[in-house]
Design a protein around this ligand. Structure first.
Ligand code: B12
Ligand code: SF4
Ligand code: SF4
Length: 344
């Protein structure tokens, strides 16, 4: 077998669902898009700010020849099945944590797997390597598309034919030359369901997102939740899955159920318990999952906002107590949530 087939075989053996190869040539079309987005102030703080670095892989690894792209599905059986989601009636005081954030932190899981792949390649072919998962300088969806893993839908998410968009992406940049794959046809049918389902208009137009209006972003910011988005958050505690849930390409997808992603203890979803979450419980339930990276008070603040939206009489007293909370963001949010009871 040649090196490419060896890498594919090994990667699948260790649980990486999709592998594709592309050149390390610059992403010229994407550069135009990013420059336009920068001019419109649409680059979020979660992105590398240097557009040159993002669009030219050689700037991340001098002499780079190949980007090996990986996708790993994160749906597990303990999460509501996709079909059950729309009909599932959550208890009145249960908050939503998006699926990607309920599983073990993908930065850790995927980076470790990619390190195994690098070790494997190094034994066969000496070279230089750079692993990228999310926080790196590459535009990951564009790389994955060029490597033939799938397509970008109108909701700006990346889809693979088998797993839909319930996937994480990661890459290995290397100076080893490997035959590239070609990109595949998009299955996005332009139905527009994602754009019309978005609660805030963050999907400004097909394929164009305003990250500052995206509820996924809003649940992750520090400080106060901007007034405009508080009601739109509904019962969301972390992340947002709405534009993925409505997509026909995400129905009847394979559920890979990778055991690596199954959390040791499922995250609490009862909003009243989340609102008063202790440091100890936070560490136990949130430290190892993506929902935990912004800390305990961001989760508590979001839960208090959700309680304000649910307006259950039973939680009024709890909210009153929380107006005296040591955390300023929780106190302020509790005041708003109580105020929201008056807006019937
Ligand atoms: C910044 C960021 C965010 C921001 C902005 C999202 C976004 N769509 O860019 C926020 C915080 C909102 C976010 C949310 C989410 N994210 Co995020 N995010 C990133 C990050 C760090 C950069 C993304 C980026 O480069 N955006 C820049 C814009 C320009 O890219 P784009 O919107 O895809 O634009 C392309 C096309 O839409 C098109 N296009 C753009 N404008 C135009 C205009 C026209 C006219 C046309 C025709 C085309 C077109 O061309 C562009 C270039 O290819 C990546 C990791 C990485 N380093 O790449 C993860 C990443 C994209 N996120 C990921 C995840 C899991 C999510 C969430 C699903 C989490 C959740 N459930 O809450 C949501 C999904 C929200 C959504 N609808 O996209 C995964 C991808 C999952 C997937 N299947 O797509 C990534 C890859 C992380 C990872 N390593 O797994 N994210
Ligand atoms: S994740 Fe939610 S808020 Fe963000 S674009 Fe999709 S539907 Fe809109
Ligand atoms: S909901 Fe429709 S338009 Fe949006 S990504 Fe899916 S197929 Fe494309």
């Amino acid at each position: 077998m040649d090196i490419k087939q060896d890498i594919i075989y090994f990667s699948k053996e260790i649980g990486l669902d999709k592998v594709g190869f592309t050149t390390a040539k610059p992403f010229l079309q994407e550069k135009e898009v990013l420059l336009e987005r920068k001019a419109k102030n649409l680059i979020s703080p979660f992105e590398e700010q240097d557009i040159e670095i993002r669009c030219d892989p050689e700037k991340s690894l001098p002499g780079a020849k190949t980007i090996i792209c990986f996708a790993m599905g994160y749906l597990i059986y303990s999460q509501s099945s996709l079909e059950a989601v729309s009909s599932h009636i959550e208890s009145r005081s249960e908050g939503k944590i998006s699926r990607y954030a309920q599983v073990k932190d993908y930065h850790v899981i995927l980076s470790e797997k990619l390190r195994h792949v690098v070790d494997f390649i190094s034994k066969k072919r000496p070279g230089r390597f750079k692993i990228i998962v999310d926080t790196g300088s590459l535009i990951e969806k564009a790389a994955a598309r060029r490597a033939g893993l799938g397509w970008i839908g109108e909701n700006t998410c990346f889809f693979t034919p088998e797993l839909g968009s319930w996937i994480f992406l990661g890459e290995i940049l290397t100076d080893i030359e490997i035959e590239p794959d070609s990109h595949i046809e998009s299955n996005c049918n332009g139905c527009g369901s994602c754009v019309s389902a978005c609660p805030t208009g963050a999907l400004m137009a097909p394929f164009q997102i305003n990250p500052y209006r995206c509820l996924s972003y809003i649940t992750q910011i520090r400080g106060h939740i901007p007034e405009e988005f508080r009601k739109a958050l509904g019962d969301r505690v972390f992340g947002c899955d709405t534009c993925q849930e409505v997509c026909p390409c995400n129905q009847k997808v394979k559920i890979p159920n990778h055991k690596e992603f199954i959390p040791d203890i499922p995250a609490e979803r009862d909003l009243e318990k989340l609102a008063i979450l202790s440091k100890q419980d936070f560490n136990m339930m949130f430290n190892n999952i993506a929902a935990g990276w912004r800390g305990r008070n961001v989760i508590r603040r979001n839960a208090v906002c959700a309680l304000g939206n649910l307006r259950s009489e039973n939680t009024r007293n709890l909210l009153k107590v929380l107006t005296k909370d040591p955390s300023e963001i929780v106190r302020e949010q509790a005041r708003w949530s109580l105020q929201n009871y008056l807006c019937r």
